[in-house]
Design a protein around this ligand. Structure first.
Ligand code: LLP
Length: 417
């Protein structure tokens, strides 16, 4: 939930951010560890909370998760190595690799480390079984329907590439048997931004799958997808209700199998989105016909969500000179520095430019993009040859740089001169 910059329940206040903004003289991410810790506690009824680290894969954030007893979901070799660097152990329950394909180096390393695999295709099972018989596997099932905050984040149904199609479960079980793989459990993640109606449907689908295919299991995973209130007035998800639906499914499965079954959850956004902000500086203000443009020094190379999905992030103005902001607002288009028309933070899905009512800003002021802790830094790129920006973590109220800025020399270093 967007928190005003004078809200002292979090470290992300004007007083704390302004000195950092002045020191960096460029955009940066800031996170508040306390908010992440609160979100972890809200999910403590689940047997295992597994952080989908694609949402925010900084090693220090991963360490914080590990210290709070959270496990991790990795989706690439890079993410596995990040998890190991954060102290997660391979081979046990700590790390699960979820994907629909293996590239060859990833498969080799997973076989070496014995990281359990959540397979999204039957081919993965054959490839894994050929090099690592006895390996622990989960099956990611596509139940035939999905739901997301954007069509791009819907991961179920026949237009999605994700998971093993529900009626192909026997093929997956045959591959497991053929290679002597060890089945741990079934997993369903139907998208990001799931509503309760779809949730009930996916819980029922999980129970039906277990009953229909009669396979023994240790665990089920509810996937991720819990939404957060990006706008004022939006309801926060009721985690007790969410747990109630899934624990009901777990209990029905346990009763059918005749032994206890573990319930995992795999959120990304819920754990970190509200803990993070992106701070940028206003570098130009201009009128374009009827439009008032405010141009900042962060672009979609930093925060991609508005350009990619038309996502809404609340924007606060942080005056550079400490002046009080007037109550009068100006309808503003907020855009970045990239040489691309779509580099606009105020747009709808499909690219329609919107305005935002902001207090009058001047060059030098800072704009703070709220709730950018998930899929912010982790989706950044080097487009327009712009270096990655720093990340700062507030713990017990004090800031610590947890990733320095990339240098231009580092950007050029891969090219063979
Ligand atoms: N598990 C699996 C298998 C997933 O594919 C994902 C997200 C998650 C868990 C975590 O989902 P969450 O709890 O964060 O909704 N870049 C998009 C979101 C893409 C999510 C991809 N998979 C965004 O910025 O909204």
């Amino acid at each position: 939930m967007p928190r005003p910059l004078n809200n002292t329940e979090t470290a992300l206040t004007a007083d704390n951010l302004l000195p950092l903004a002045q020191r960096y003289a460029g955009p940066f991410w800031a996170y508040d560890a306390a908010i992440i810790q609160q979100r972890i506690v809200q999910l403590s009824a689940f047997d295992v909370v597994r952080f989908a680290q694609k949402a925010c894969s900084n090693i220090h954030i991963l360490r914080l998760m590990r210290a709070a007893g959270v496990k991790v979901d990795s989706v690439s070799l890079g993410e596995i190595e990040r998890a190991l660097a954060a102290g997660f152990q391979p081979g046990g329950e700590d790390i699960v690799f979820t994907a629909d394909v293996f590239d060859q180096p990833t498969l080799a390393r997973i076989a070496e480390l014995k990281v359990p695999v959540n397979a999204g295709s039957v081919d993965m099972l054959h490839q894994l079984g050929a090099v690592s018989p006895g390996h622990k596997v989960w099956l990611r099932i596509n139940p035939g329907f999905g739901h997301g905050h954007s069509q791009k984040t819907n991961t179920g149904g026949e237009n999605s590439k994700h998971g093993i199609w529900h009626s192909d479960l026997p093929l997956a079980l045959a591959a497991i048997q053929q290679h002597g793989l060890k089945l741990v459990g079934l997993h369903m993640h139907i998208g990001s931004g799931v509503d309760y109606g779809h949730l009930q449907q996916v819980c029922d689908a999980m129970v039906d799958q277990v009953i229909e295919f009669g396979q023994d299991l240790e665990a089920i995973s509810a996937g991720g997808g819990l939404s957060i209130p990006y706008r004022f007035g939006e309801e926060a998800i009721d985690t007790q209700h969410y747990f109630g639906l899934w624990s009901g499914a777990r209990d029905r499965i346990a009763a059918h199998l005749g032994h206890p079954v573990k319930l995992e959850i795999e959120p990304g956004r819920f754990l970190v989105a509200e803990s993070g902000v992106l701070v940028s500086q206003v570098r130009a203000v201009k009128e374009m016909g009827s439009r008032h443009f405010v141009l900042v020094d962060a672009g979609f190379s930093d925060l991609m969500r508005p350009s990619m999905y038309g996502s809404y992030h609340h924007i606060s103005v942080l005056p550079a000179d400490g002046r009080a902001l007037s109550d009068a607002t100006v309808e503003s288009v907020v855009a970045g520095p990239l040489c691309e028309s779509g580099d606009v933070f105020t747009q709808l899905e499909g690219g329609k430019v919107e305005t935002r009512a902001l207090p009058a800003t001047q060059v030098g002021d800072y704009l703070v993009f709220h709730d950018t802790g998930a899929y912010g830094a982790s989706m950044s790129s080097n487009y327009n040859s712009r270096p990655l920006i720093p990340e700062v973590l507030f713990e017990n109220g004090s800031p610590r740089e947890i990733r320095r800025a990339q240098t231009i020399q580092e950007l050029l270093a891969l090219e063979l001169m």
